[in-house]
Unconditional design. Structure first.
Length: 150
């Protein structure tokens, strides 16, 4: 867990230190970055969600840490949806770039729901987490349904 937190902190430092347009030498780098951020977010969210659903043993500390990492990483992938990153090995639908405002709205909705889930996890209550779970799942699904290629 400490290794993941260290990686996330490093990624965040790099993200905040450079303008989004200068972060990536090549479009492929941006695609790798956003895929990596999504993967880390999904892994941590899934761990905490599994606990909330009773699918894996509940550990309040691990749930809170995992949800906090997912909340933080939920802010990272969006800078990597710049011009020229719609081609290559990606599931991103080209509509993202023609409907950028709607896409950004959906990203913000997911971040808001992820923050609620993280707050519920910090409470130490699996029931509170379970109540907040649907908001995140719904926000993720809505965006994937609209903007992810099969």
């Amino acid at each position: 867990m400490k290794k993941i937190a260290s990686i996330v902190l490093t990624v965040a430092t790099i993200t905040l230190a450079a303008p989004a347009s200068a972060q990536f030498a090549k479009p492929e780098d941006a695609i790798k970055y956003r895929k990596s951020a999504m993967f880390v977010m999904q892994q941590n969210f899934s761990r905490a969600a599994g606990m909330a659903q009773g699918k894996i043993p509940f550990d309040a500390k691990v749930a809170a840490e995992s949800a906090a990492i997912a909340e933080f990483v939920a802010k990272l992938p969006w800078a990597a949806f710049g011009d020229g990153t719609d081609k290559g090995t990606t599931k991103a639908d080209p509509k993202i770039w023609s409907e950028k405002a709607k896409f950004n709205e959906m990203a913000e909705k997911m971040q808001t729901e992820m923050a609620k889930f993280s707050a519920a996890a910090k409470s130490g209550s699996a029931e509170s987490m379970k109540a907040a779970l649907g908001g995140v799942g719904g926000a993720c699904k809505a965006c994937h349904d609209a903007y992810q290629k099969d």
